[in-house]
Write a protein that binds this ligand. Structure first.
Ligand code: GCU
Length: 139
């Protein structure tokens, strides 16, 4: 059987962000906007997995900025990688950035920290799944 869980950004812990809903197409009640547009803001999800294995961590986002808005992913405090978050072209056009990373059974803390000069894109949710379909690139 396959595992898939979705955690909304608006329900996560965060610093240097606001919750908004002014651009359509989000899931849940809205999205998080890294605001102000400076590096260092983060969104932090505590997720609960039924077993230890490698998962796809799929971040749904949108931004109509002119350049990449990179963000670093940490899993349980350990740096995984920095994702580029290229422009999606419109604030209401949502796309995905994915990493493949090992998670432990039970609670895991996933932190997404904006590292670029303009801060991060608008983040809708984090989906965790043990199969590569539905949005995430094949890795
Ligand atoms: C616009 C947009 C916001 C976005 C911001 C940004 O103001 O409406 O949703 O977060 O640009 O550049 O980050």
């Amino acid at each position: 059987s396959s595992i898939q869980q979705t955690y909304e950004a608006e329900d996560a812990e965060a610093e240097g962000t606001i919750v908004d809903n002014k651009h359509p197409g989000f899931t849940g009640d809205g999205f998080r906007d890294y605001n102000p547009n400076v590096p260092g803001g983060y969104i932090e999800w505590t997720v609960n997995l039924p077993q230890e294995k490698d998962y796809y961590l799929v971040f749904r986002y949108a931004h109509a900025g002119g350049s990449e808005r990179p963000a670093e992913v940490r899993v349980n405090g350990e740096k995984m990688e920095e994702l580029p978050f290229p422009p999606t072209g419109d604030w209401a056009t949502w796309n995905y950035q994915t990493i493949h990373a090992p998670l432990q059974e039970g609670e895991n803390v996933i932190r997404l920290t904006a590292t670029g000069a303009e801060g991060g894109g608008n983040i809708d949710h984090l989906r965790i799944q043990d199969h590569p379909e539905e949005g995430g690139p094949e890795e």
